[in-house]
Design a protein around this ligand. Structure first.
Ligand code: PGA
Length: 251
């Protein structure tokens, strides 16, 4: 089964509008004509429009870092799917571990956001992953199982096929510690097994599973060569166009 790789840059809470536009231009210059890999950048909300302009005409797609599930109304501080769609957003990261850790994201809110995104024709990047304590305590499988089943509850196979899953072990995010390619692949195979139970083999085999957590140009090639690693969700290394390019097209 060959799945087209997908590399997405998660810029997190970095870049002013000028910095975002400049970085997006640089990214478009180095990987804007790549067509054998799907490439996306996910800047902060306030920079989405500037980045949309900067990547116009390139193959780089726009992603957001979060979304609210309600359509509109009295939800101060929140942004809806329709708002994102209206400015050209394609992907939306949902359930990032920082959202889970600091901002009360649960498997239930991940599920609501994923359903809302799909209904609005946004493509969800659903994040899952265990903490170091959970891994060391032997709870890794149970945690990931609950995150995948909870996040995808009530979603049809046809809709699930539009989603990307990002496996991001929390202990590897921003720490410089990367999961070994074997550890990453083992987790991805486990996630695909759950997806197979939920949606059947045909669908599960088409869903792309990204690895995230200190992915860099010098470890990307090995990680991306694994059977079930279908791309990367890149934090730190996405903030420099040349590093990002080195992951999109690793040497
Ligand atoms: P990192 O972040 O590449 O800086 O580890 C990845 C992520 O959190 O998406």
């Amino acid at each position: 089964m060959s799945r087209k790789k997908i590399i997405a840059g998660n810029w997190k809470m970095n870049t002013t509008v000028e910095e975002a536009a400049a970085l997006a231009k640089d990214v478009a210059a180095v990987v804007g004509s790549v067509s054998d890999v799907d490439v996306a950048v996910c800047p902060p909300y306030v920079n989405l429009m500037a980045v949309a302009e900067a990547i116009k005409g390139s193959n780089v797609k726009l992603g957001a870092q979060d979304v609210h599930w309600e359509a509109k109304g009295a939800f101060t501080g929140k942004v809806s799917c329709a708002m994102l769609k209206s400015i050209g957003v394609t992907y939306v990261i949902i359930g990032h571990s920082e959202q889970r850790q600091y901002f009360g994201e649960t498997n239930e809110t991940v599920n609501k956001k994923t359903k809302a995104a799909l209904a609005a024709s946004l493509l969800p990047i659903v994040c899952v992953g265990e903490t170091l304590d959970e891994r060391n305590g032997g709870k890794m499988d149970a945690v990931i199982d609950a995150q995948v089943r909870g996040g995808f509850e009530g979603i049809s196979a046809a809709d699930a096929a539009k989603c990307v899953v990002a496996y991001e072990p929390v202990w590897a995010i921003g720490t410089g510690v990367t999961a070994t390619s074997a550890q990453a692949n083992e987790a991805h195979i486990f996630i695909r097994k759950i997806l197979t139970e939920l949606f059947g083999k045909e669908t599960a085999d088409t869903i792309r599973i990204q690895y995230g957590g200190s992915m860099k140009p010098d470890n990307a090639k090995e990680l991306l060569s694994m059977s079930d690693v279908d791309g990367g969700l890149i934090g730190g290394a996405a903030l420099k166009a040349s590093d990002f390019a080195g992951i999109v097209q690793p040497k």
